[in-house]
Write a protein that binds this ligand. Structure first.
Ligand code: NAD
Length: 443
C-alpha cells in the first residue's frame, strides 16, 4: 500500500517506519525543514530504542521517503495519516490549529479530483474532530473521501515494540470501504491474535482520552496513597505488590513517584476535562487528578527543603535523570523541569546528567543549570544526589564512588529505585516516595 504521513514526530516517524517495514511505501511529510534535511540524509531525529535500524533499512530500500510538500503527499497516496501535534491550549483544550491548517490545505488540493482518499487521524483529538475535518473538506467541495479515527497507543521508549505488536488497534470508521483498507493495513501487526476493535468514530476518539486519563488516575491514586503511607509508617512498595497481585487490579502503572509528565498524559487529562465541561458532563475526578499530580512535584521539593531546615540557598545538587521517563529523550512536561526550577528559585545550584535527554533539556532549562558528561562527574562536592528518572544505569551504580564524591551520603529518590535495607546497609541517608526515610545512624 502507498501511505502518506503528515507530521513526522514521535508518532509519525515511528508509524511511517513500521508501516514501511511491513512492505508499504511511505512518504513522511513535515513542515520542519531542518528535521527533513536530517531524515533524508539518514540522521534520525528522535531517540527511540530499535527505531534507527528499521529507519535506515527502509530508507535504503526506498520504501521510506520525506518531503515538506503536502501536494506530494496527496499525489503519492490514497491513504493519508495525520500525526500532527495537538498541544494544550491556554484554556486546557487541545489546540487543533495544525489539524485545521493541514485539512484546509488538503481540501484545496483535493478540489476537482475524483479519486478516493482516506484520511486517518492518529493525533489525539477531542470528540467531534473527525466530524470537523469532514465538514472542512465538504466546505471545500471535496466529495470522494472518508475520514477515520485510528488513535495511537504507543508508549515512548517502547514505540517500535508497541507499534509492531500492539495490544489492540482501534478503528473508528463510517464506511466499509475505509474499514477494509485499515484492516488490510493492520493485519500484519496483529498476527498473534490481538484484536482490531472497530467502532464508531466518536467512541474511537474518546477511547484514547479514556485510556490515558485512566492510567493518569491510577498513577495519581498511588501517588496520593504514597503520601498517606509516609504519614502512617507504611511502605507503598509492599502495598503495591499486595494490591497488584489481585488479577482484578494488575501490576502495571502502580509505581508512585514525582507525578506523571510527558507529551500526552498532562495535556490529554486537561483536554478531556475541558471537553467534559463544554459538553455539560464534568469529569470531576480528572480535575482532582491534575491537581494532585502538580502538587506531587512540589511535595518532593519540600522533602528536600525540610531536610535542610527550609534553607537550600547555596546548596549544590546532582540530578540524575531529566527525561519524563526512561528510554526517551522527550522532555515535554517532564517533572524534572518543575522540580529543578523550584530548587533554583530557592537559591540552589544544579548539575544534571541524563543518558539521552540533555540536548532537549537545554530548551527548557537553558543555561540555568550545568550538565555533566557522565553520572559520576555530576556528584563531585554535591550536597545530595537527586534521582528524577529511573534509567536502568542508575539502578546498580558504584555506591562507594557516590559516597566518596558527595559531601555527605544523601540521596533523594523520586522514583524508588533503591531498596531500603540496601540503603541502610550501605549507610546512606535516603528519602524516597511512600516509604520511611533511612537516616544514617538512626534506623
Ligand atoms: N508521543 C506519544 O507518545 C504519543 C502517543 C500517542 C498519541 N500521540 C498523539 O499523536 C500526536 C502527535 O504527537 P507526537 O508526540 O508525535 O508530536 P511531535 O511534536 O513529536 O510531532 C509532530 C510533528 O508534526 C509536525 N508538524 C506540525 N505542524 C505541521 C504541519 N502543518 N504540516 C506538517 N507537519 C507539521 C511537527 O514539525 C512535528 O515534527 C499528538 O496528538 C499526540 O497527542 C502521541
Amino acid at each position: 500500500m502507498k501511505l502518506s504521513i503528515i507530521g513526522t514526530g514521535y508518532v509519525g516517524l515511528t508509524s511511517g517506519v513500521c508501516f514501511a517495514e511491513m512492505g508499504n511505501k511511505v512518504l513522511c511529510i513535515d513542515n520542519n525543514q531542518e528535521k527533513l534535511n536530517k531524515l533524508t540524509k539518514g540522521q534520525i531525529t528522535i531517540y527511540e530504542p530499535g527505531l534507527e535500524v528499521l529507519y535506515i533499512r527502509n530508507l535504503k530500500q526506498k520504501r521510506l521517503s520525506f518531503d515538506s510538500n503536502l501536494k506530494a503527499a496527496v499525489e503519492f497516496a490514497d491513504v493519508i495519516f495525520y500525526c500532527l501535534p495537538t498541544p494544550q491550549d491556554e484554556d486546557g483544550s487541545a489546540d487543533l490549529q495544525h489539524v485545521i491548517e493541514v485539512t484546509e490545505q488538503i481540501g484545496d488540493l483535493l478540489q476537482n479530483r475524483d479519486n478516493y482518499k482516506l484520511i486517518v487521524n492518529k493525533s489525539t483529538v477531542p470528540v467531534g474532530t473527525v466530524e470537523m475535518i469532514k465538514n472542512i473538506l465538504f466546505g471545500k467541495g471535496v466529495r470522494n473521501f472518508d475520514v477515520s479515527s485510528n488513535p495511537e497507543f504507543l508508549r515512548e521508549g517502547f514505540a517500535v515494540e508497541d507499534f509492531m505488536k500492539p495490544d489492540r488497534i482501534v478503528i473508528g470508521a463510517e464506511s466499509e470501504k475505509a474499514l477494509k483498507v485499515l484492516r488490510e493495513l493492520y493485519e500484519p501487526f496483529v498476527r498473534q491474535g490481538n484484536p482490531i476493535i472497530e467502532m464508531d468514530v466518536k467512541s474511537a476518539e474518546v477511547t484514547k482520552y479514556a485510556a490515558n486519563s485512566y492510567l493518569a488516575t491510577r498513577i495519581t491514586f498511588m501517588n496520593e496513597l504514597a503520601n498517606f503511607c509516609e504519614k502512617v509508617g507504611a511502605n507503598v512498595d509492599l502495598i503495591r505488590k499486595g494490591m497488584g497481585s489481585d488479577s482484578r487490579i494488575g501490576k502495571r502503572f502502580l509505581f508512585p513517584g514525582i507525578g506523571y509528565g510527558g507529551s500526552c498524559f498532562p495535556k490529554d487529562v486537561n483536554a478531556l476535562i475541558k471537553t467534559s465541561i463544554d459538553k455539560g458532563s464534568k469529569l470531576t475526578i480528572l480535575e482532582v487528578v491534575d491537581k494532585i499530580n502538580k502538587e506531587q512535584r512540589i511535595r518532593f521539593v519540600e522533602k528536600i527543603l525540610n531536610y535542610f531546615n527550609g534553607n537550600i540557598s547555596g546548596k549544590y545538587f546532582a540530578v540524575w535523570g531529566l527525561s519524563f521517563k526512561p528510554n526517551t529523550d522527550d522532555m515535554r512536561e517532564a517533572p524534572s523541569i518543575t522540580i529543578i526550577k523550584k530548587l533554583l528559585e530557592y537559591g540552589a545550584f544544579v548539575t544534571a546528567f541524563d543518558p539521552v535527554a540533555m540536548e532537549n533539556a537545554k530548551f527548557y532549562l537553558d543555561e540555568l543549570i550545568s550538565y555533566s558528561e557522565n553520572q559520576y562527574d555530576a556528584l563531585k562536592d554535591a550536597d545530595a544526589l537527586i534521582i528524577l528518572t529511573e534509567w536502568n544505569e542508575f539502578r546498580n551504580p558504584d555506591f562507594e564512588k557516590i559516597k566518596s564524591l558527595l559531601k555527605e551520603p544523601l540521596i533523594f529518590d523520586g522514583r524508588n529505585v533503591y531498596d531500603l535495607d540496601d540503603m541502610k546497609e550501605k549507610d546512606f541517608t535516603y528519602f524516597s516516595i511512600g516509604r520511611q526515610p533511612i537516616i544514617r545512624g538512626k534506623n
